[in-house]
Design a protein around this ligand. Structure first.
Ligand SMILES: [Zn+2]
Length: 66
């Protein structure tokens, strides 16, 4: 921790949900990170879908989201 992670598109600061989602849905060795909004556009899914994913991963106890 301590590293500031920003969206590669809009430079919004990412919360850990967004970072966790990048790790889950994209390559593990990410050189670029997306905020929820830009990730939705990038993956061509809705923000609701991504929020549902976050909830799902949390329920699975994924440590990326704790
Ligand atoms: Zn963004």
């Amino acid at each position: 921790m301590g590293k500031v992670t920003k969206c590669c598109v809009c430079e919004r600061k990412l919360d850990k949900n967004a970072v966790g989602l990048n790790n889950k849905l994209l390559d593990k060795n990410l050189s670029r990170l997306f905020c929820i909004d830009c990730l939705a556009a990038h993956l061509d899914v809705s923000i609701e879908d991504l929020n549902a994913k976050i909830t799902e991963f949390k329920e699975q106890g994924c440590t990326l989201f704790l």
